[in-house]
Design a protein around this ligand. Structure first.
Ligand SMILES: [Zn+2]
Length: 124
């Protein structure tokens, strides 16, 4: 009898490898032979986020956009992460920032072009 782990399909395996499964979920993935690349599309999960300027919680979504991040290659395959994130309204009348991008600190730093890979996750 095969072990339960042998039945994990590719999508489930990728979902288990997400950088921060509590804040993002896997939407799609694709494997291209030439040039060898893997593209993973992630989307932020609904969660309360705070304005980075005043700290007030926001529940109102302004819009969504997609960030493109590079990750460490897997063998000869370049890894690209398409990360769908939300722009949120800050509803504090006293705050100077009216719209901000949600933060996903377990996935990528704001404005980063590469995913957040801690040294402990890198294989030497
Ligand atoms: Zn604010």
């Amino acid at each position: 009898m095969a072990s339960r782990r042998s039945h994990i399909d590719g999508v489930n395996l990728l979902s288990r490898l997400l950088p921060d499964p509590a804040s993002v979920r896997l939407e799609t993935w694709s494997l291209e032979p030439a040039p060898a690349s893997i593209t993973v599309t992630l989307r932020s999960r609904p969660h309360q986020t705070r304005c980075p300027l005043c700290g007030k919680r926001s529940k109102r979504t302004h819009s969504r956009y997609e960030r493109t991040l590079a990750d460490l290659p897997w063998g000869e395959h370049a890894i690209t992460i398409k990360l769908g994130v939300r722009r949120m309204f800050c509803d504090s009348a006293l705050c100077e920032r009216h719209i901000f991008t949600e933060r996903l600190p377990g996935v990528a730093a704001p404005w980063a072009k590469v995913s957040k890979v801690s040294p402990a996750k890198q294989v030497e």
